[in-house]
Design a protein around this ligand. Structure first.
Ligand SMILES: NC(=O)c1ccc[n+]([C@@H]2O[C@H](COP(=O)([O-])OP(=O)(O)OC[C@H]3O[C@@H](n4cnc5c(N)ncnc54)[C@H](OP(=O)(O)O)[C@@H]3O)[C@@H](O)[C@H]2O)c1
Length: 304
C-alpha cells in the first residue's frame, strides 16, 4: 500500500540520509537523493548506488540521485539530513526547486536550523524529527545500519501524514505533538556528552572514569536545569540527569560524532548544540559558565 505516498527528496547523502534512502527504495517510497555537486553525482553513478548493510549483509541499491547544481522538477517533500552547520547552504543551493509551501523535515541533531531556514524561505513548512537510529558511513556511498532506535516527528499540522510517509521498513516514525520536549531532551543530552568527549578525546563511557569530565558533565546538566522553568515545556527535564547517565552507560564504547568531527578537522555541530543552549540562556538572563567555557574551548580547536 504505497499509493498515498508522495515523492521525497533527501538532502544530505551521509549516514542518516543514505539509511533512509536505502530503506525507502526497498519499501517502494519514491525517493531521490540530492548530491552536493555534479562531481559527486558522477562518483555516485560510478559506484552504482549505495552499498547498504541493513541487517548484516551488504547489498548495492541503485537509488535515484540528482545534483544540487542542476535544475530539476519541483520539490514538495524534503528530508534534510545534512549536519546542522551545512543545512542553510545546502537548502539555499536547491531553493529555486523547493515549491512554495514545501514540507521540510529536519532530521538532524541540534537546534537553530529551523529559524535560519525560515528566514531564508518563510513559506516553508518546517518539521523536526529526532532519531536514535544509529548509522555510519564506512566509505562514500556506503551505509551500515548499526543500531535500531526510534524516531519522533512533529512541529506542524501535517505531522501524522509525514510520519506515515517516512516510516519505511524497520524505521518507524511516530508523530509527536510535543516534539519540542524531545528536541530539548536530546539537546541537553548532546550538550552533556558530545563537547566533553571531543575535548577529552574519549569514548562516551570514559567520561565516567574521568573525575574532572564527570564534574563538568554534572555542571552542564545543573545549568540546563536552571533554564527549565523558563522554557514552559512542563516537566521536560524531570529525570534528565539519570537519562544522561543511562545514555553514557549504554553507549560507553561509542565515539561521539563531535569527537569524530574534531579529530578529522571537520566543522562540528557545537554552535547548534551548546551554542544554541547558551544563546537561549542569554535571552533569559541565565548565566551558563560551564557550557560557555566548553563552547569557547571547542570553537578554539582547528577547523571550528
Ligand atoms: N549517524 C547517526 O547515527 C546519527 C544518529 C542520530 C542523529 N544524527 C544526526 O543526523 C545528522 C546527519 O548525520 P550523519 O551522520 O548522516 O552525517 P554525515 O554522514 O556527515 O552526512 C552528512 C551529509 O550531508 C552532505 N552535505 C553537506 N553539505 C551539503 C550540501 N551543501 N549539499 C548537499 N549535501 C551536503 C554531506 O555530503 P558529502 O558526502 O558530499 O560531504 C554528507 O553526505 C547530524 O545532525 C547528526 O548529528 C546522526
Amino acid at each position: 500500500m504505497t499509493s498515498h505516498r508522495s515523492h521525497w527528496h533527501i538532502l544530505g547523502a551521509g549516514a542518516i540520509g543514505s539509511l533512509w534512502a536505502s530503506y525507502a527504495v526497498k519499501h517502494d517510497l519514491p525517493t531521490t537523493l540530492l548530491l552536493r555537486s555534479d562531481e559527486r553525482l558522477s562518483q555516485f553513478k560510478m559506484a552504482g548506488g549505495i552499498l547498504a548493510t541493513l541487517a548484516g549483509s551488504a547489498e548495492l541499491l541503485p537509488l535515484a540521485a540528482e545534483s544540487c547544481e542542476q535544475n530539476g522538477p519541483p520539490i514538495a517533500r524534503l528530508l534534510l539530513t545534512t549536519k546542522a552547520p551545512d543545512s542553510l547552504s545546502a537548502v539555499a543551493s536547491i531553493s529555486p526547486r523547493l515549491a512554495s509551501g514545501a514540507c521540510v523535515v529536519l532530521l538532524q541533531n541540534g537546534l537553530g536550523v529551523r529559524e535560519e531556514l525560515l528566514k531564508l524561505r518563510p513559506d516553508l513548512q518546517c518539521y523536526h524529527a529526532v532519531t536514535t537510529e544509529g548509522a555510519f558511513r564506512p566509505a562514500p556511498f556506503q551505509v551500515v545500519h548499526a543500531g535500531r532506535g526510534r524516531t519522533l516527528l512533529g512541529g506542524g499540522s501535517n505531522d501524522k501524514a509525514l510520519a506515515r510517509e517516512l516510516s519505511v521498513g524497520p524505521l518507524v516514525v511516530t508523530p509527536d505533538p510535543n516534539i519540542e520536549q524531545a528536541l530539548w531532551r536530546k539537546l541537553i543530552i548532546n550538550c552533556a556528552i558530545n563537547p566533553l568527549t571531543a575535548l577529552y578525546r574519549c569514548r562516551n563511557g570514559e567520561l565516567l572514569d574521568n573525575p574532572q569530565a564527570l564534574q563538568q558533565l554534572h555542571g552542564v546538566i545543573d545549568e540546563a536545569l536552571c533554564l527549565a522553568p523558563h522554557l514552559q515545556l512542563g516537566d521536560v527535564f524531570d529525570g534528565l540527569r539519570e537519562q544522561v547517565l543511562d545514555v553514557v552507560a549504554n553507549t560507553a564504547l561509542n565515539r561521539s560524532s563531535m569527537l569524530q568531527d574534531i579529530e578529522s578537522g571537520r566543522r562540528s555541530e557545537i554552535d547548534y548544540i551548546t551554542g544554541y543552549l547558551c544563546r537561549v540562556a542569554e535571552q533569559h538572563g541565565i548565566a551558563m559558565p560551564i557550557n560557555r567555557q566548553l563552547l569557547e574551548q571547542l570553537k578554539a580547536l582547528p577547523g571550528q
